[in-house]
Design a binder for this molecule. Structure first.
Ligand code: SF4
Ligand code: SF4
Length: 346
């Protein structure tokens, strides 16, 4: 690991050099009054001062839809794997934490070769948050800052950036960064000040317990009336799933081409709030009620996924679901705090 300082102009030249290379370069850009990750055509378009993006960078590690294999109806098939080198610029710490979780989920047990191949082609340049979004609560979820997973981490310290190089992939990119000098003690102090501020600052909603307490809280809350009370307003639109950086459920479908001889198998994002998410053969839906689906999402985040990944809570506090939910019921903090108030914990 090495830590450097570059001026903002030098960083811009670095981004231009990346764009001119053979890599696909994706960065955060303004879209009207909001922000999104998109292919970067010019370094001028990159916005590291954004608050939050509409969709998380998850769409590059687990695309909305991707082909898994092509087949011939006579039984032959070929696996499809992604090979393009991609650089993602501007990933916030909470989104990095979500990618770190997915890296664990897709590599443990059943190793997902499609996810992992794609992931290996991606170099992540993370950046610390410069301003809080209206619904962020990363400080409550311990994801306001991050210390691993990225290849480079960029922190705005005023007139310049502190750039931490964490991996060999990051080191490879450093060779394109002209003018980088070793970070001074002052620069490191300024970066620490940004981290200290963000640890407490990104908290528009405050969770009334430590995240690590959620599995225990949920153990006692399965029959709680809050699920019915909240879900009464739910449209089952699935927006809270679609914008979430930690939701990784997908559906797999086979599609035969018009020649009736060839086809492809693809996967596409699914969402546990959607009415037919749990429908299986015979048209049996084992989560037919809205309240059951609403509860399931909060149990996934606070209990089921943590059981798979060393207790890490599968909500990183990005706040996107809160913004996306028309019915204003998707806020995990509101639900968990309500349970805290109304559940007896022995
Ligand atoms: S549950 Fe909501 S706040 Fe938590 S990570 Fe998902 S979208 Fe973000
Ligand atoms: S976004 Fe809101 S209304 Fe839509 S499924 Fe999620 S909780 Fe229900």
């Amino acid at each position: 690991m090495s830590v450097h300082t570059v001026t903002k102009e030098q960083f811009k030249s670095f981004v231009s050099a990346l764009i001119a290379s053979d890599r696909r370069v994706v960065g955060v850009q303004a879209k009207g009054d909001r922000f999104a990750f998109d292919d970067l055509k010019s370094a001028q378009d990159l916005r590291l001062d954004y608050d939050v993006t509409i969709l998380p960078p998850k769409k590059y590690v687990l695309p909305q839809q991707e082909n898994l294999l092509t087949f011939q109806v006579n039984g032959q098939s070929q696996s499809v794997c992604h090979q393009q080198k991609t650089v993602l610029i501007g990933v916030h710490p909470y989104d990095m934490a979500a990618i770190n979780q997915m890296d664990m989920l897709f590599s443990q047990g059943e190793y997902d070769v499609h996810y992992m191949n794609r992931r290996k082609q991606i170099t992540v340049i993370a950046c610390d948050v410069a301003r809080p979004s209206p619904n962020v609560f990363a400080s409550s979820m311990n994801t306001a800052t991050i210390d691993h997973g990225y290849d480079m981490l960029v922190t705005n310290i005023g007139s310049s950036y502190v750039v931490e190089v964490a991996t060999d992939k990051g080191k490879e990119l450093l060779s394109l960064m002209n003018g980088a000098r070793d970070a001074s003690q002052n620069d490191l102090g300024a970066r620490k000040a940004v981290w200290d501020k963000n640890e407490g600052w990104l908290n528009q909603h405050k969770l009334d317990c430590k995240p690590s307490f959620l599995p225990k809280l949920l153990e006692k809350s399965y029959q709680h009336p809050v699920w019915e009370e909240k879900a009464r307003l739910c449209y089952s639109c699935g927006s809270c799933n679609q914008v979430c950086p930690t939701c990784y459920c997908f559906d797999v479908q086979d599609e035969v081409n018009w020649d009736l001889k060839t086809g492809c198998r693809y996967r596409a994002w699914d969402g546990c709030l959607l009415q037919n998410f749990a429908t299986v053969a015979g048209d049996h839906n084992f989560r037919k009620k809205r309240a059951d689906r609403f509860r399931h999402r909060l149990y996934r985040k606070g209990k089921y996924v943590p059981a798979k990944i060393d207790g890490q809570i599968a909500c990183v506090g990005c706040g996107r679901c809160i913004t996306a939910c028309t019915a204003k019921i998707a806020n995990p903090v509101e639900v968990y705090n309500e349970l805290m108030k109304r559940t007896e914990i022995g």
